[in-house]
Every structure is written in structure tokens, then in C-alpha cells.
Design a protein around this ligand. Structure first.
Ligand SMILES: C[S@@+](CC[C@H](N)C(=O)[O-])C[C@H]1O[C@@H](n2cnc3c(N)ncnc32)[C@H](O)[C@@H]1O
Length: 289
């Protein structure tokens, strides 16, 4: 049984994401970034990824770097990804530094971490990660990441597109919610960063994939305002996600259907695979060289 109180609890829950979902989500990013890195030829020094999850992106891009710095609090993922990376570290020529004991809004309070990034980060990746940080912290973390980039370094943040079926779905719960747009605006309107200092690109990718219905129900419930309110009030902290999902899934099913995100019927046992369609946004910020 786990409680969804803090990111660490949610990270524990995240082990229920299927590997396939993560593979699908990271595929486009990996291909586009590998193409760029391969064209550039030369091996870069440092890769930083937060919330790597099942590790699809880092495992494919590791060959282009000398040093991988990885932050992920979910020990289930850490163990598996570390084993896969260690296997090829020697032949592909990189070192790995994994931090599982702190969250990325505390980057700069961690001496061990500061020491690792001090020579600059060439590529930063955060795919479907910012959800886990309170929006009040986004600006600080984005600025810290930008500052840590080497000259010519790139940061890539993958988020759900606001203008998508899943964006519509979230807004049914939380009308003000901003996902990718929040990050795009941060860089477009930044008072200290002019277009001489950075180049901003947005890659939009239609995405369809399947996942366990129960995983989606839990995920969306977690983000919905009503849930946050319910669970901060009361008994929620004593409910397992399974119980939570059983209690509220009918609300989510209805909202899914209204948003056109999913049109079938939900199964009784919550374990069927469902397919859904959305658009993902990769926000790419390149620091001037
Ligand atoms: C939705 S998953 C995305 C996984 C992968 N990046 C992908 O695109 O498939 C988010 C990941 O962020 C991790 N996470 C949650 N809170 C975090 C934090 N504060 N710092 C670093 N990682 C965190 C979770 O454990 C989870 O593996």
C-alpha cells in the first residue's frame, strides 16, 4: 500500500507505468536527438536527465556522452537502468552518476551534484517530469538548468501539449492548468534572456499509445483539483491508489469521454489496456555558443 502524499510516494506508484508507454513516449525524442548528436560527430561531455523512469532515452543516448548525471527517486527504475547502463559503460566510454536521494528542486543545495555539473551540461532532458514539481518551483528549476548548460548546450523538456485531447481533459478538472505553454512562456518572456542568448524550438508530435486503464485513471485522478482537495482534507492519505481508483474511476471515465480522449467503456477490473491519442510537445532551448 502506498500513499500519494509526496513525490516520493508518487514515484513508487510510477513503477506501475508499463515500459512500453515510456518507450513510445521517448521514441521520437531519442530519434531526433540521436540524429543531431550523430551529425555533430564529436563526443560531448555531460548529459543530465531528471525523472528518467524506465530509462528509454538515457540508454539510447549514452554513447554520445562521457558523463551521465541522472536524478530519479524511484529505486525500482534506478536499479534496472543502472544495470543496463553499467553493462555498456566501458565499451561506450561513459561514467554514470545517479542521484536517488534528492529532488531536482534542491539541485543547488547538493554539493555532490554541483560538483558533477560544474563544467557545464551539454544536454539536459526531462520527459514528462515537470508534473511532479509544484508549478511555483518551475521557474527556479528552469533557470537553474539553463544556467548549468555549457555554451551551445541544449535543454529538452517534454510535456503534454495544451492544445490536445489530454490538455482538454485536464482543463475539465482544472480550467487554469498550463502544461507545455507554461514552459514555453517562461523562455519567451524571460526578462533576462534575449534571443541572442537562446534559441527556442517547439517540436509537436501526435502520439497514440496504450496503457493499463487503471494507471491512467490513477494518474488523472492524481492531477485533478478535486482529488487534491479531497485528499488534503481527509481520509485520502489512508487510501491505497487501488482503493482510490475504485472509488473515483467513474468520474474520470465520464470526463475522458467528454474530452474525446477515450471513447470506449471502462472494464470492471481496471486492468484492460486502453489506447489513447494526444499530442506531445518537446520544448528545446539551445544556449548560445
Ligand atoms: C511520468 S514518469 C516519466 C518517465 C520518463 N522520463 C518517460 O518520459 O517515460 C516521471 C518520472 O519522474 C520521477 N520523479 C518524480 N519526482 C521526481 C523528482 N522530484 N526528481 C526527479 N525525478 C522525479 C518519477 O519517479 C518518474 O520516474
Amino acid at each position: 500500500m502506498f500513499k500519494i502524499k509526496a513525490p516520493i510516494d508518487f514515484a513508487t506508484y510510477a513503477k506501475h507505468f508499463t515500459y512500453e508507454t515510456s518507450q513510445r513516449r521517448s521514441q521520437y525524442l531519442r530519434e531526433r536527438l540521436s540524429d543531431r548528436l550523430a551529425q555533430e560527430g564529436e563526443k560531448k561531455s555531460t548529459y543530465l536527465e531528471v525523472g528518467f523512469g524506465p530509462g528509454a532515452t538515457v540508454c539510447d543516448l549514452s554513447r554520445y556522452f562521457e558523463k551521465l548525471i541522472l536524478v530519479e527517486p524511484n529505486s525500482f527504475y534506478v536499479k534496472d537502468v543502472k544495470r543496463r547502463l553499467d553493462k555498456e559503460a566501458k565499451s561506450l566510454g561513459y561514467t554514470t552518476h545517479i542521484f536517488e536521494d534528492f529532488f531536482c528542486d534542491r539541485f543547488y543545495q547538493q554539493d555532490k551534484f554541483r560538483q558533477q555539473i560544474k563544467d557545464g551540461v551539454d544536454l539536459f532532458v526531462a520527459s514528462q517530469f515537470f508534473w511532479y514539481l509544484h508549478p511555483d518551483k518551475w521557474s527556479t528549476v528552469l533557470d537553474q538548468v539553463y544556467t548549468s548548460l555549457s555554451a551551445g548546450g541544449t535543454m529538452v523538456i517534454t510535456m503534454t501539449s495544451d492544445d490536445s485531447t489530454s490538455g482538454n481533459f485536464y482543463r475539465r478538472f482544472e480550467p487554469e492548468v498550463q502544461m507545455a505553454n507554461h514552459i514555453i512562456e517562461h523562455f519567451e518572456t524571460h526578462p533576462d534572456l534575449t534571443t541572442d542568448q537562446l534559441k527556442l524550438e517547439v517540436w509537436r508530435e501526435p502520439l497514440s499509445f496504450t496503457d493499463k486503464e487503471s494507471v491512467l485513471v490513477d494518474l488523472f485522478l492524481f492531477y485533478s483539483k478535486s482529488v487534491v482537495e479531497t485528499f488534503s482534507n481527509t481520509e485520502m492519505s489512508n487510501l491505497s491508489l487501488k482503493e482510490f481508483s475504485e472509488r473515483y474511476r467513474h468520474i474520470v471515465a465520464e470526463e475522458f469521454q467528454k474530452a474525446g480522449f477515450y471513447t470506449g467503456d471502462f472494464s470492471e477490473d481496471g486492468e484492460e489496456l486502453i489506447e489513447y491519442q494526444t499530442t506531445q510537445c518537446h520544448i528545446v532551448v539551445k544556449k548560445a555558443g
